[in-house]
Design a protein around this ligand. Structure first.
Ligand SMILES: Nc1ncnc2c1ncn2[C@@H]1O[C@H](COP(=O)(O)OP(=O)(O)O)[C@@H](O)[C@H]1O
Ligand SMILES: [Mg+2]
Length: 270
């Protein structure tokens, strides 16, 4: 089992240049649980994840990993504990899948020790888990969007961190691969206790797979809590500016959100 690490965001304001994007964010990531972040395009979700993974320094406030200020910890120490799959990662030109996934092991390599059997095992496990083993010799640039996405997830898994932040891990994936990735993250969470924080656009999958749902509106945390409490028609309207009908998912009992839209508004039963 992994160690339960804490990741706390305290009064954080984030931006680019003099443009503020996230304002006064307080967020305590529940250790050993799965958190989903939802919100409209450009509300600041990716910016939040960047700050939570040390890529972006707060303009004010603090991000604390195990109580220590994240931006003061050495890069490699952070990378052994916390992995980030960015929304649009960029692969080195011409790199093949096996080599890219192997880079996930970089934080575990010491100065003079060579690649170990443990590194081999981690890479093989990550390729298998993401159904990408057969792509191992392919050039990453030449893969389909969905194949590439699974390869990036494999790289993040190979890093074997206790905390895993994923920015839209299911984007580009067909429905079966979306569910596969979320099932896989759930397995990691259940078997190793990995803490997962992910940005998802599919509210129904977010409600089904997350223990904790964080809804962001215009750079501020709007509401957070268990999906059944957070995901109401009222919140959907506030966060996405869209009318919807919310009902229990017949498969899981968690909320499902059915958008209404202009053309069907008159047809809603009840
Ligand atoms: N590197 C950047 N430089 C300047 N502005 C940025 C940068 N990245 C994002 N932004 C802006 O910050 C806002 C929030 O972006 P982002 O965090 O990517 O939103 P989300 O992930 O919720 O769609 C947007 O208005 C976007 O244009
Ligand atoms: Mg984003």
């Amino acid at each position: 089992m992994t160690q339960d690490h804490t990741l706390d965001v305290e009064g954080v304001t984030l931006g680019y240049g003099d443009r503020t994007v996230v304002t006064d964010l307080d967020l305590r990531v529940p250790p050993g649980r799965i958190t989903a972040v939802v919100g409209a395009n450009a509300c600041g979700k990716s910016t939040m994840l960047r700050a939570m993974s040390r890529l972006l320094a707060p303009q004010s406030g603090r991000v604390l990993l195990d109580g220590k200020e994240l931006h003061r910890l050495p890069t490699k120490d952070v990378a052994r504990t916390l992995g980030l799959l960015p929304q649009t990662p960029i692969a080195p030109e011409g790199i093949v899948v096996a080599d890219l996934v192997s880079r996930g092991r970089h934080p575990h390599q010491r100065m003079l020790t060579r690649w170990s059997a443990q590194d081999d095992a981690a890479v093989a496990a990550a390729l298998n888990a993401t159904d990408t083993a057969e792509l191992a010799d392919r050039v990453v640039d030449e893969l389909s969007g969905g194949q590439r996405q699974r390869v990036w997830i494999a790289m993040a898994l190979a890093q074997e961190t206790d905390l895993l932040l994923l920015d839209e891990p299911t984007t580009y994936l067909d429905v079966s691969h979306q569910v596969e990735v979320l099932d896989l993250l759930t397995d990691l969470n259940a078997e190793r206790g990995t803490t997962v924080v992910m940005v998802l656009h599919d509210l129904n999958l977010a409600a089904r797979y997350a223990d904790h749902l964080v809804a962001v509106r215009r750079g501020r945390l709007h509401v957070a809590g268990p999906p059944a409490e957070v995901l109401t028609a009222e919140v959907v309207e506030e966060v996405f500016g869209m009318r919807s009908h919310v009902m229990p998912d017949p498969v899981s009992g968690t909320p499902i959100v059915l958008p209404i839209g202009r053309h069907h508004a008159g047809q809603l039963a009840g």
